[in-house]
Design a protein around this ligand. Structure first.
Ligand SMILES: *[C@@H]1O[C@H](CO)[C@@H](O)[C@H](O)[C@H]1NC(C)=O
Ligand SMILES: *[C@@H]1O[C@H](CO)[C@@H](O)[C@H](O)[C@H]1NC(C)=O
Ligand SMILES: *[C@@H]1O[C@H](CO)[C@@H](O)[C@H](O)[C@H]1NC(C)=O
Ligand SMILES: *[C@@H]1O[C@H](CO)[C@@H](O)[C@H](O)[C@H]1NC(C)=O
Ligand SMILES: *[C@@H]1O[C@H](CO)[C@@H](O)[C@H](O)[C@H]1NC(C)=O
Length: 680
């Protein structure tokens, strides 16, 4: 690595004097349950060299960018990130890994093919005292690359600015018309951090912990549970973690919440954070879940994946279609605790990372990127309006769609955004009166979509919206008519696209991850699906309308039941009384699903043995939400017509059979069920 002469700004060198090489020893009184074994640490010198200009150095096979706060090393010409020097840490990344395995982009495509997007050329885009931007490129060549690398032109950009310990990364990926078909299932940036240093992980305010190390997942130190990602730590290097479950999917997050996560080195009181200031380049909309950080220590920036959606995600790129997309910019932010913060440095680093996140969001869309493929604010447009809901069975008046999710995505059908995987999406939430402004929309063609908490179905405005630079489009007042055929006779759950309001059992005490004990995170515990067989030992779930309570009596997932060594299909019953039946009228069962994997739900009315079900969803879903501890996957709504002559006065039963049971994960989660009488 290069040594530099530092040019210290006198204002900052005063602080520098205060902070230089203070070795701090103190007893620890920290917020984590795992803090007791942390040894004393040194707090590294603070913001030295703060006002250095940004410098670029080149060697034959690597380049260095240094702004006096952070120095990054990028391999030339592959564009792999091989070094991040920060404070006293010579490399924040894992030095024992190969240089293509420290900080890199990668793609999973076609049949498990894997490509790290190694590039062939480097170009200096900007080199000033304030900012350096580099571009690492590769043009895909059908004669040389066919079959060996993903058909994609790649431009990986790195930016370091003056005065902030941030590395900005974005990628411009492009397919030309003559490129062959390709499925690109997963696109991400991965960071493998220094294993000796980074042991404490933070992915949300509550999900923060000392993590196991990679070795703890070796055969001799753990027991693999129902699938390879989940292990029980039986002999971890840190004995305090013994008996805990480790599974990266327990740290998943919805796109809308996946803004900052990362790691802390307790030795150095240094944090490494992946900050994502916008969701515009992610796929599947605000509720799509994805990975964050996990054992490694690994930190990810996920752009495209089939996690929690399965292959229904649109990831097939056909020959003949051109495609170009900017993924990012995302930020790698480094921070360190000051002497004042020493006692609470973890909290201080987490809070500071969130402060930096707010700063990045404030300056979005960035005005310092050079690629013309990333439009700056004045080249973008805006859409505003107000969304109301009309459901006269609930209210004769129009209702304001409070806190509804509204967004722009590629033109298609209502709800299509949840499997949309190629374009940009722009989402926001309405205020308490249903008003919204969707800002910073890239030029392009979109449809306007929405869904409203408390109402079933998907809204789409039948109007193609064309955004041009600088334009503001007022959509006026929009009215959503959620599906309804008659008055509500009864309902189970809340239309919110998750199963979170239903009964979520305590985990088996043998399979606990102790940081998921907050109510809001409980559904991420391992093995909850198995609790169904423990609770419903003698028979399947029966829900009696007017007596049962869905928060206690409706299990969050309709899974098969384990009987001895077998898993069996299960039939749930909903019992309800009809005072009178309109035999000539039609009733409706609104069946909203929050997730489905290799499942089939059959509906029978009053006769559980009927050969033919009244209705079947047929085989649906690949979202794997049950084993991956998502409380939802993809949303589906079935409006099932049932002629009144199928009912009787008095007690009736609806039988819901989940027929598929090869393993515990062939399952559905219900979002909401409503029984409607004939139209009045
Ligand atoms: C760029 O954005 C920053 C923060 O959002 C702002 O302070 C600055 O003036 C902008 N620079 C230009 C050239 O517009
Ligand atoms: C249903 O159960 C939940 C959780 O125990 C409780 O908070 C709620 O009040 C119950 N609802 C009714 C209608 O009893
Ligand atoms: C379950 O399988 C194990 C091993 O395959 C066998 O030893 C055991 O008897 C089986 N138990 C039942 C109840 O069938
Ligand atoms: C009830 O549904 C059936 C089947 O969809 C339809 O043919 C019939 O017209 C409906 N009857 C009424 C009263 O809406
Ligand atoms: C209907 O079911 C309720 C309880 O679910 C039961 O108490 C009642 O006796 C039943 N009525 C008839 C007519 O079977």
């Amino acid at each position: 690595m290069m040594e530099k002469v530092m040019q210290l700004n006198p204002i900052h060198s005063r602080h520098h004097v205060l902070w230089v090489f203070i070795i701090v020893h103190f007893s620890l009184l920290l917020f984590s349950a795992f803090s007791a074994d942390i040894s004393p640490r040194k707090i590294l010198n603070g913001e030295k060299k703060k006002s250095c200009k940004v410098e670029l150095h080149r060697e034959d096979n690597r380049v260095f960018i240094d702004n006096g706060l952070v120095e990054v090393t990028i391999e030339n010409p592959s564009g792999h990130l091989s070094g991040i020097k920060y404070k006293g840490m010579l490399n924040v990344l894992e030095t024992r890994n190969n240089n293509n395995n420290k900080g890199y982009w990668d793609i999973v495509w076609d049949n498990e093919a894997y490509d790290k997007l190694a590039t062939q050329h480097v170009k200096i885009i900007t080199e000033t005292d304030e900012l350096v931007e580099l571009s690492f490129t590769k043009m895909w060549d059908i004669t040389k690359d066919h079959g060996s690398s993903v058909p994609l032109n790649v431009d990986k950009r790195y930016i370091v600015r003056q005065g902030v310990p941030v590395l900005y990364m974005y990628g411009i990926l492009e397919r030309q018309e003559d490129f062959p078909d390709a499925h690109m299932y997963q696109i991400r940036i991965a960071f493998k951090l220094n294993e000796d240093k980074f042991h404490f992980m933070a992915v949300s305010d509550t999900k923060q912990r000392i993590m196991p190390i990679q070795e703890d997942r070796d055969e001799s130190r753990c027991q693999v549970l129902a699938f390879k990602e989940a292990v029980l730590l039986t002999n971890p290097t840190n004995p305090q973690l013994k008996g805990e479950v480790d599974d990266k999917y327990q740290y998943s997050s919805e796109n809308k919440d996946n803004k900052v996560h990362g790691w802390i080195s307790d030795d150095d009181a240094v944090g490494f954070w992946v900050i994502t200031p916008s969701n515009e380049f992610r796929t599947g909309g605000p509720h799509k879940q994805d990975l964050t950080s996990h054992v490694g220590p690994t930190a990810l920036s996920m752009f495209v994946s089939t996690h929690y959606t399965g292959t229904e995600m649109d990831v097939l790129y056909k020959k003949g279609e051109t495609w170009k997309k900017v993924l990012g910019p995302v930020c790698m932010y480094l921070n360190s605790a000051s002497w004042d913060e020493a006692r609470h440095y973890r909290k201080a680093l987490w809070n500071d990372a969130n402060r930096q996140l707010r700063e990045e969001i404030q300056s979005w869309p960035y005005n310092f990127t050079a690629s013309e493929d990333f439009p700056h604010a004045q080249q973008r447009g805006e859409v505003n309006g107000q969304l109301l809901v009309r459901d006269q069975s609930l209210d004769k008046q129009l209702m304001q769609a409070k806190s509804a999710f509204v967004g722009l995505a590629a033109p298609a059908y209502a709800g299509s955004w949840q499997t949309e995987g190629k374009g940009y999406q722009f989402w926001t939430q309405t205020d308490n009166t249903g008003r919204f402004t969707i800002k910073n929309v890239r030029p392009g063609e979109y449809n306007f979509y929405a869904w409203v908490y408390g109402f079933i179905g998907n809204y789409k405005l039948n109007l193609k919206i064309t955004i041009q630079p600088g334009n503001k489009i007022n959509l006026g007042t929009l009215i959503y008519d959620p599906p309804r055929n008659g008055p509500t006779l009864w309902e189970i759950g809340i239309p919110d696209r998750t199963a979170a309001e239903f009964f979520i059992p305590e985990p088996n005490p043998t399979f606990v991850n102790s940081i998921l004990n907050h109510d809001a995170d409980k559904f991420r515990q391992y093995g909850l699906w198995d609790r169904y067989s423990d609770i419903y030992r003698d028979g399947d779930l029966v829900f009696t309308v007017g007596v049962s309570n869905y928060s206690k009596d409706w299990f969050f997932a309709h899974v098969p039941r384990r009987i001895g060594n077998e898993t069996r299909a299960t039939t749930w019953q909903i019992k309800y009384e009809l005072q009178e039946v309109n035999k000539a009228g039609n009733y409706t069962l609104q069946l909203a699903l929050a997730a489905a994997s290799y499942a089939e739900v059959q509906v029978r009315i009053n006769n559980p043995d009927a050969n033919l079900p009244h209705f079947t969803t047929e085989r649906i879903g690949y979202d794997n939400a049950v084993p991956r501890h998502g409380i939802h996957g993809l949303y589906r709504l079935y409006s099932i017509n049932v002629p009144g002559n199928g009912f009787q006065r008095g007690n009736n039963t609806i039988f819901l059979t989940q027929t598929r049971c090869h393993d515990s994960f062939e399952a559905v989660m219900y979002d909401y069920i409503r029984f409607e009488g004939p139209a009045v």
